[in-house]
Design a protein around this ligand. Sequence first.
Ligand code: NAP
Length: 520
Amino acid sequence: MKLANYVMSEWVEGAGAGTPLVDPTTGEELARASSDGIDIAATLNHARATGGPALCAMSFAERAAAIRKIADTLTENRDKYFTIAQANSGNTAIDAMIDIDGGIGTLKYFAAIGKGLGDARLLKDGTMEHLAKDENFRATHILTPRPGVAIHINAFNFPSWGLWEKAAVSLLSGVPVLAKPATATAQLSYEMVRDVVTADVLPAGALSLICGSARDLLDHVTGFDTVAFTGSADTAQGLRANSAVVTNGPRFNVEADSLNTCLLGPDATPGTAEFDLFIREVAREMTVKAGQKCTAIRRALVPAASLDAVAQALEARLAKTVVGNPREEGVTMGPIVNKAQQQSVQDGIATLASETTMVTGADLAPVGADAETGCFVAPTLLRCTDAKNATAVHQVEVFGPVSTLIPYDGKAEAVALAEMGGGSLTASIFTGDDAFAAEATLGLAPRHGRVLVIDESVGKSSTGHGIVMPMCIHGGPGRAGGGEELGGLRGLRFYHQRTAIQGRLDRLEAMTADASELTV
Ligand code: NAP
């Protein structure tokens, strides 16, 4: 089977043999993907000329209704997607739920808030400004959909959520989407887009899909396009330097990798609820999706006095992880996505070995699978006792079930250690001490896009350290890419041009009479 590309409102197979997509549990080839021979410039032009105007002619409520229909179509086919996620991504049922239901839930959320914007096609931002003594000469700010294409380049670990969390916001904004999933796991994105196209819920040109290499994709960007990239910091660096990107200046959002921190408060000693919640969270973040989450906890900061107790508790908890074939009953952690990524995780662990000692890891006997053929890595907990003088621990993102325990002495040191990650997506704090929670939050906030603050009272309700909620901002400064996605209606800003309109008061009022207010 070769995954076709959806370009210029048609399914077109790429030329050549294509790149194989494999089952990381068995090594079996599942499909191939190729974009060779696809006219990417023409695809982008079709989206700009056909999809953009059609979406802009729709009100927010109409676009929201289309987004809701996408969610309903995906819900109808949900079981098929779980089978694909298990095969192509090595997902357990919980892993697949995070990706698939996460994508559907995000679409539903944006459908609901889009409905709330009603029949408007225009957004206004803030109140009328005074510009002169003449009360009649005023200014207002409006938001109009950017007239280009939203080019969405996604990472391998979220072929569903990554696709729909971006598409939902851009379609609601009235901007057509060209999605480019990572080749390794493109089968799920492909099947989902195929079902949505068959359901005929979007205007022509509103959604395009490139399976396989991006090839010359970014060479054709214009200043009106928006590029939302999710992937490694290295790839992001290369794409930012693309000459069309540099010359034409499209809006460019980067969600890159991150050395996320989880901080245990000094009060949260063994026996406290917060200690137990911390242990559960670190172990869960290491093993869900085999640690292949950009938000996963890579550095667990604990008070020096609790280091041994935390290491023992985590070792005991991780020992319960059942690694193996996700089709087998009782398996709680699947493989890494392919051999190349497995090697990269093993190389990363070897690099960290110069600054750490291993608490647990290495031993591996996957259930229902062959350790040689499959791409398995044992949950690996490391310990770094001199983190202030370490570099790799703060710089090398090992994209697998790997985390490092780091002792700290005082809140200022904890914040300084977190900052050594160079800017991250997410931090979490586990403490019952309100003063520590407030100080640590304000210390970590400028260095992170999201901070989760947990005590016993919200332990059960917590959506978790690594889960991105559609109503909250996702992104982080510095190394994490400096981007922002989602955040409810805030996310619409990325796909809109904000323009100051200056002129006669009653004209401005008439122009914006039917506009919806963007109050966030
Ligand atoms: P990657 O190797 O950087 O690839 C990301 C995407 O970029 C893929 O679709 C890839 O396509 C594409 N790409 C590569 N070269 C390109 C080029 N020259 N032009 C256009 N597109 C190009 O990352 P990955 O291995 O898929 O994902 C793992 C990384 O993503 C981790 O570092 C993780 O932290 C990060 N991540 C971040 C977030 C976040 O929200 N911040 C979320 C998930 C993952 P091909 O697959 O065809 O090469």
